[in-house]
Design a protein around this ligand. Sequence first.
Ligand code: FAD
Length: 549
Amino acid sequence: MNRKIIVIGGVAGGASVAARLRRLDEDADIIVLERGDYISFANCGLPYYIGGVIKNRKRLIVQTVAEMQEKFRLDIRTKHEVLSIDRSRKTLIIKRLETDVTYEEAYDKLVISTGAAPVKPPIPGIKEAKNLFTLRTIPDTDAIHDYIATFHPATAAVVGGGFIGLEMAENLQNLGITVTIIEMADQVLTPIDPEMAVIVHRHLAAHGVDLILNDGVKAFEDEGRRIILASDRVVTADLILFAVGVRPENQLAKAAGLELGGRGGILTDANMRTNDPDVYAIGDAAEITDFVSGTKTMIALAGPANKQARIAANDICGVPDAYAGALGTAVVKVFDLTVASTGMNEKALKAAGLPYRALHTHPDSHADYYPGAETIAMKLLFHPETGAIYGAQAVGGEGGCKRIDVLATAIYAHLRVTDLKNLDLAYAPPYSSAKDPVNMLGFYGENLMSGLDETFQWHEIAGLAKEGAYFLDVREPYEFARGALPNAVNIPLGKLRSHLGELPRTKPIHVYCLSGVRSHSALRILVQNGFMAKNLDGGYATYKRLFKS
Ligand code: FAD
């Protein structure tokens, strides 16, 4: 008898594992059970269909049931919901949703790829809100699409400033709907740090999105048309997109006695096995290892789900493989901004009590003399002694995603910050600079590690100002006139050598420019002339984002 492998869930992880299984085992009986109407659809494309960027709904279906069955000889059963798993008998109870009839099916190996469901807390009035939607499936998408086509909402509230919330905010705004984002935290997009998120906040405002931070929803009134916030502020909206996060679909696993992690995901090992060697878990439902910290984590992204699918199939078919863990590398488009990140951010490093150094740069996406160059704000975090890279963030124009991908590769390969200067990266003026922004991070990191540059951070400025620190601004007078640090003295870099006699020798000089590049040169002049000096990391550009309007 052929062995029987059952996959629960037929979208990102489920469809991938089934296809790989067939490629490795032509004889196995492979059954895919999916409770929805569709398999293998493009969750990630859903906001763009609603916004009209993707015009043809059919393009959202990556593979139809018929195509997949034909190509991979799979037994795909849509509208079949798995109700329970009996691990001792190795059987499932399945409900055929069209008829409500239940039946039993035995398995030799089981893969759970049930995904994650949008969180919907019991906020007063949420059930009565007729204009409130979550977004996960094609039917969810159709419901939002039809609602917009029928009722032509003029205003929308997006509750939650994560990836889905921001993608939806952009797509709704592009349809001419005025959007308010309501976010309980003090920033959107938690994978990036606050001084990076501020760029996104301003960009949203520039595109007419009203962003409310530090305020959660207390209640919905008038069938969802009035949203009462914790602060008692009232937001009115014709449509509500509720996107405050997801929770792993773990009910089946929990009831079957599979071990769950602290965050409710199904605990897995490096082969995606659960505590039952015949049961695997992958994708949004699985708890996996964080590549950088080595702790258990949950990452609801399509890339990890697909990689884990391959690893599970390999293990089932005896192909040696192991999951190294996930970095959580992610990118999101917010109107004209690209926001990308990989690895641990400063908030996570602080919370974990790990030693780190942060550096900020503002390179151009490509040679500034070639038209169309855009600034990218970059941040790198690394171990102060070993130079091991913890994570990176990029917010800005085109090219940020490419740099974060290079940095994700560097982290995966255990490169050190000083290795980044040696990477031989592609260059021509329309694409990059002879010193690519990633190389620049390496030069800067090396300067810090060797003690050639010493920095102070944007968040230390207020304290330093109180202590009467000496701030030296080496930008040009016209730049200085537009805004400067408290009581700063302006001596442009080109004139510094002839004004050294005016500078204090008894206390450190806190030197800065716009981005940290000119001030690094100034610091080198100062230090080599016997002064104590520190350079403002990320320059005035980073500081002013947070402290100037
Ligand atoms: P899913 O793809 O969600 O599949 C799980 C399936 O299991 C579902 O179809 C569900 O119906 C089925 N199921 C659950 N329980 C049962 C049961 N008991 N019986 C039968 N079937 C069951 N990720 C990115 O990396 N980049 C992006 O740009 C991105 N954009 C996104 C945009 C949106 C709007 C959404 C919703 C997600 C986005 N994601 C993105 C996340 C990505 O889609 C998920 O990480 C990925 O789909 C997870 O794969 P999965 O197999 O774990 O779960």
